[in-house]
Design a protein around this ligand. Structure first.
Ligand code: GTP
Length: 127
């Protein structure tokens, strides 16, 4: 767990492992949160079918109904990264209903677009 502070808001963030053995834990950690952030490698097209599958399995849990979802396509610094529109299509984000969904491209390495991510999260934080 990591605390991220901006102004008067402190975000408590849990970084969950992406490997198969951790995936059954996702739902437990996502219960009761203000937002779920699902991060994919936007330069790894081959991994997206599995990412789509795992995201759908997570979102169909009744305990997570209505929780806002932010999908981040990381590694936008790499030449062959997918655009946000490509990510939306590959992850079938348009078919997600009963919750708010946003998708941004970011680079954790170059710290690109992270201000948008923070603002999105702060707007959904509890006061
Ligand atoms: N080019 C580039 N590489 C990145 C970026 N973000 C992370 N990486 C690299 O990607 C690899 C994986 O990064 P991690 O932070 O371990 O990824 P993770 O998703 O937390 O991994 P798990 O939690 O184990 O699934 C590392 O080699 C990072 O240096 C980025 O924005 N651009």
């Amino acid at each position: 767990m990591k605390r991220v502070q901006k102004g008067h808001v402190t975000l408590k963030c849990w970084d969950l492992g992406g490997q198969p053995r951790f995936r059954t834990m996702w739902e437990r950690y996502c219960r009761g949160v203000n937002a779920i952030v699902f991060i994919v490698d936007s330069a790894d097209r081959a991994a997206l079918p599995v990412a789509k599958e795992e995201l759908q399995l997570l979102l169909e849990k009744p305990t997570l109904d209505g929780i806002p979802l932010l999908v981040l396509g990381n590694k936008s610094d790499l030449l062959d990264h997918m655009s946000v529109d490509e990510l939306i299509a590959a992850l079938d984000l348009k078919t997600i209903s009963h919750r708010e969904v946003s998708c941004y491209g970011i680079s954790a390495l170059e710290e690109t677009n992270l201000d948008h991510v923070l603002n999105w999260l702060i707007a959904r934080a509890s006061h």
